[in-house]
Design a protein around this ligand. Structure first.
Ligand SMILES: [Zn+2]
Length: 1007
């Protein structure tokens, strides 16, 4: 082991600075008397809080959380977060479904005080003390309060009819710690942080309610109270259909007194329908814990086994982290709107699970939070990884113990057909994260809870932390990792350890520099990527000299293993992290190959470069394998994926072929696809291909792709020439291009995608050339060829936020013949509950340095692009050059944006248009539209035109059908001139098949 003197000194120094002696925390004890009104769905309560100032500072005010106010209106932090996450239900919710807290009147030591809601957040209050609170002093704070319970459709506090989830419900001091006040608004994705103390809660409600709550029942035993309810839970399953037949509430009331010491929160769940099961688990010390399961008829066939899950998860965590000290654990089934389950001290609420394993998984996870969140009182808002991540780490150990044969494929498809039997839960976490790592879309773990995208919250906070601590476990050894975890819990339970406390503790205990984990893997988006460069057998008598290169940004330890012919590990050795290239010594032996991380315990982002063969000419050879699309990649082999593909267009008719590619879900630096398609009608090969090299950066530009695409199809009907030879018409397109994607992670939840594409489009198309042999004779048809190149720069800015999304695009095209510059802007004034609904405005302006040439392909056009006008061959047009029939009516929204197929407005120098559409109130997929356009050319000067009609929008601007109703006289005149008067021919549709391409989709979509 190598370590510099400096880092040893730093470890000793930092350990002393955060010595336990200087640690302090506040104490808060509560007495709450609350009664539930199950007709108006509200709480009437009085609270008395004993606040003890253990800090070295004098406090002149206290910060309080009044979190039921988060549900008061759409302007709260919670309301805004729902919108940020793309959820509009709360925004449009009636006041009757929302909630709040009021009737507050704070007294301190019997004297009324001044207090106010903070300006930024109505769910945070500042209580100004009449007399400053000195270190070591305590005060008594009292207030009545009233809570209107919101609908449980939104988050964690709520009711569904007479099923009550009473959480984050009472006035509560924010944590005051060495960083000062930690006051923050309630968030759905936000986590918690509270002071430890004791709770005495007296709940009054109709007699026939059953309650699951934090703490021990004081005046009566739970058996006496729930005895009648411990009826056998039936195995009848009412799956996913909530049973809302509630028994009448009893006219008599009861008051239940709950007490608990050394917890930081109190939650309770009340329902008249609960079945109750009771169990008990005895821990190693002899301490017995009572377990309760409360559930309705729904999924009761799963819940009858829940006591087993509760008992063994308490035993498992007690053994892995520290013994459970409280008397009871309760799991309650509820209609949860915030994830699969939610943790509170002693009590957890569990949503619908679907199957046995999932129910076990959710119960054990939420029970596990009694350790990470409950007893280890992390500041989860600021450091969510400490809570969810460490819990996920223990969760994976539990799941691997009780479900050792579970594989990724079981989870994904329920069948074991494909090559995934050697993937376990951690591999699932690794692969999910790999998707984001490879795409450069990960976020640092050190961010506060609200700064993660929903996807990264699950992938990074939970899974990457889990993976990282498994990495640490592999490095330290199983027993050592467990020993340190147990000791850490022992030292820091009922306290508020920060990341630096954990780092100092782990470094002190392990005697190792763990900055690679606590600083690099947690604080940055850097990834682990070690590579075996070369192997030298001759240089050293006893050792193989292996040259290692650190290609990632993290100087983390790594393990090298020797493998035998069958791929089994013969011996392994850990090495401290290196920077750049370095040679290491590995003991000699008769091995087949050497491999970094053979047991897949590290988080190496490119495992493909981890192997080298000991013998043979090509030491870094990789066996080739060709597999079907849905097979998972194998790192030690180079994989070619393939999938059968069918195609159809008007000219090639039915085509059959296959797509071959090297990566889809897990992006690679080099990516290629080849898709040959054979046309049986034309007896010719068609298809497309692409080759890209991706470059990544942590700055503003997060990915640059340089590459080339090619395609070839028939593009018009065959034509029989004068010599009776039938000629088919093909086109070829080649596009070298550079795609610049600007960082979507610059701010956490940004909904903005910005992209610049610079490309050259080379087209060669067969065309029918008409020539006259002699003047006066009929023109003679012949096969000709049309070849052109167009250069383009195209910038798009797309803000796809859920309310008032907007988009703009600037595009410039040119070649030796022309220059064409266009700008498009779209804005939606959202007014409907559905995401697609609102009033949309589109503005377009374009300039072309050419006019009066109707046949010129790149003309500005009032009507959206038809197949024959798609001169860049960007769209997928089924009947590209059809002149009649359904496929001739396919279009792409562009330029003037008119839906009616007018040939007016096609030869202008300037073209401008305003397009508006408004969705109908109840039927958001039907919209009324109106388009107004203006074009200017040298010939007739200004031309104005308009149209109105209705459209059906299945996918906004991608799958739509347009029905024009009224149009301007000049459009009508041209129709009459051309004798095209059928209404059916004026209906057009958009079908952007090219946007459904999975390669395109996965490249564009950002979670
Ligand atoms: Zn959790």
């Amino acid at each position: 082991m190598k370590k510099t003197l400096l880092s040893i000194l730093l470890i000793i120094f930092s350990t002393q600075v955060i010595a336990q002696g200087s640690y302090w925390q506040q104490e808060v004890n509560y007495e709450i008397h609350v009664s539930l009104d199950d007709v108006s769905h509200s709480l009437n309560a009085n609270i008395e809080i004993e606040y003890i100032n253990n800090s070295p500072e004098t406090l002149s005010y206290l910060m309080f959380h009044l979190w039921p106010n988060a549900y008061k209106n759409e302007n709260t932090a919670l309301g805004q977060q729902f919108l940020d996450m793309g959820e509009t239900a709360f925004y449009y919710a009636a006041d009757s479904l929302r909630g709040y807290i009021d009737s507050l009147d704070f007294y301190v030591n019997g004297k009324q005080i001044k207090w106010n809601l903070t300006e930024e957040n109505i769910d945070i209050a500042r209580l100004n003390l009449n007399k400053p609170l000195k270190p070591g002093e305590k005060i008594s704070i009292t207030t009545p309060f009233f809570v209107k319970i919101p609908s449980s459709d939104f988050s964690r506090l709520g009711h569904s009819y007479q099923s009550y989830q009473i959480t984050q419900w009472f006035p509560k001091p924010a944590v005051y710690d060495r960083n000062g006040w930690n006051a923050f608004p309630y968030l759905n994705q936000g986590e918690f942080y509270s002071e430890f103390g004791s709770f005495d809660v007296f709940i009054t409600l109709p007699k026939n309610y059953i309650i699951g709550a934090t703490g021990d029942l004081v005046d009566a035993t739970a058996e006496e109270i729930w005895l009648d309810s411990i009826a056998e839970a039936n195995s009848k399953r009412v799956h996913y259909g909530n049973d809302f037949s509630f028994p009448e509430s009893s006219q008599e009331f009861k008051t239940l007194h709950y007490h608990q010491d050394k917890v930081h929160d109190f939650a309770w769940f009340a329902d008249k329908r609960f079945h109750v099961l009771k169990g008990e688990v005895e821990l190693k010390s002899g301490h017995k814990v009572t377990t309760w399961a409360m559930f309705t008829d729904e999924e009761s066939d799963l819940w009858v086994k829940s006591i087993t899950y509760l008992n063994r998860s308490i035993a498992f965590y007690s053994e892995q982290v520290g013994e459970y000290p409280y008397n009871q654990v309760t799991a309650v089934q509820g209609t949860l709107s915030a994830g699969a389950g939610m943790e509170y001290p002693n009590v957890t609420i569990i949503g619908y699970s679907g199957d046995d394993r999932s129910l076990d998984n959710v119960i054990m996870h939420e029970v596990g939070h009694n350790w990470f969140y409950g007893m280890l009182g992390f500041n989860e808002r600021a450091h969510p990884w400490m809570d969810e991540g460490l819990n996920t780490y223990i969760e994976s150990l539990y799941m691997n113990k009780y479900y050792p044969t579970y594989t990724l494929v079981d989870g994904m498809m329920g069948i074991k057909v494909f090559h995934a039997v050697d993937y376990d839960l951690m591999d699932e976490y690794y692969l999910s994260n790999l998707m984001q790592w490879r795409r450069n879309l990960n976020q640092p773990l050190s961010l506060p809870a609200q700064d993660f995208t929903a996807m990264n919250y699950g992938l990074a906070v939970y899974q990457k932390t889990g993976l990282t601590f498994r990495y640490l476990r592999a490095y330290l050894g199983e027993d050592e990792a467990k020993r340190i975890m147990l000791k850490f819990f022992d030292e820091w339970s009922y306290k508020h350890p920060l990341p630096e406390d954990m780092k100092a503790f782990y470094e002190k205990e392990s005697g190792k520099d763990l900055s690679w984990l606590f600083d690099e893997l947690i604080n940055s988006t850097d990834v682990v990527d070690y590579k075996i460069v070369s192997l030298n057998k001759k240089k050293d008598a006893d050792s193989l000299i292996v040259k290692i290169k650190n290609k990632g940004g993290v100087k983390s330890p790594f393990v090298v293993s020797a493998l035998d012919e069958g791929g089994s590990v013969v011996s392994s050795q850990w090495y401290e992290g290196v920077e750049g290239s370095q040679s290491i010594k590995f003991p000699k032996g008769s091995y087949h190959s050497l491999r970094i991380d053979a047991n897949k315990e590290m988080t190496d982002v490119y495992r493909g470069n981890d192997q080298i063969y000991v013998n043979g000419l090509i030491k870094k050879r990789k066996p080739f394998r060709m597999v079907l699309a849905w097979t998972l990649p194998k790192d030690e082999k180079s994989t070619l994926f393939w999938t059968p593909v069918m195609g159809w267009n008007s000219y090639n008719k039915f085509m059959l072929g296959a797509a071959f590619y090297n990566s889809l879900v897990f992006e690679k630096k080099w990516q290629y696809t080849v898709m040959p398609l054979y046309s049986f009608t034309q007896s010719n090969w068609n298809g497309s291909a692409s080759l890209f090299r991706n470059f990544y950066d942590k700055g503003k530009l997060y990915r640059m792709s340089v590459g080339i695409t090619a395609k070839k199809y028939n593009h018009r009907d065959d034509y029989t020439m004068a010599n009776s030879v039938t000629q088919s018409f093909e086109y070829y397109r080649l596009v070298p291009q550079m795609i610049f994607d600007f960082n979507p992670r610059k701010s956490n939840l940004t909904t903005v995608n910005k992209q610049l594409i610079v490309r050259a489009v080379f087209v060669t198309e067969d065309e029918l050339k008409w020539s006259e042999i002699d003047p006066g004779f009929s023109p003679y048809p012949a096969l000709g060829e049309n070849t052109y190149q167009i250069f383009e720069a195209d910038y798009t800015h797309n803000n796809h936020r859920v309310m008032n999304p907007f988009y703009y695009r600037l595009d410039a095209q040119f070649n030796a013949d022309f220059a064409r510059i266009t700008a498009e802007f779209r804005y939606r004034f959202s007014y409907g509950r559905r995401k697609n609904s609102g009033f949309d405005v589109r503005l377009f302006g374009g300039y072309l340095n050419k006019s009066n040439d109707l046949s010129f392909a790149p003309n500005l056009r009032m009507a959206g692009t038809a197949g024959r006008n798609d001169y860049l061959y960007d769209g997928i047009f089924t009947g590209r050059n059809d002149r009649s029939g359904m496929w001739s009516q396919q279009m792409i929204e562009s330029d003037g944006g008119f839906y009616i197929p007018t040939i007016l407005g096609q030869n202008g120098k300037w073209l401008g248009a305003v397009n508006v559409r408004a969705s109908l109130p109840k039927l958001s997929f039907i919209k009324a539209y109106a388009n107004l356009g203006l074009d200017y050319n040298d010939l007739v000067q200004t031309d104005a035109m308009w149209e109105m009609g209705f459209l059906i929008s299945i996918i906004d601007r991608k799958f739509e059908v347009y029905f024009p109703a009224l149009w301007s006289q000049n459009i009508q005149d041209v129709f009459e001139l051309n004798q095209s008067t059928s209404y059916g021919e004026k209906i057009r549709f958009t079908m952007r098949m090219e946007l459904a391409n999975p390669f395109k989709y996965l490249k564009e979509v950002r979670f």
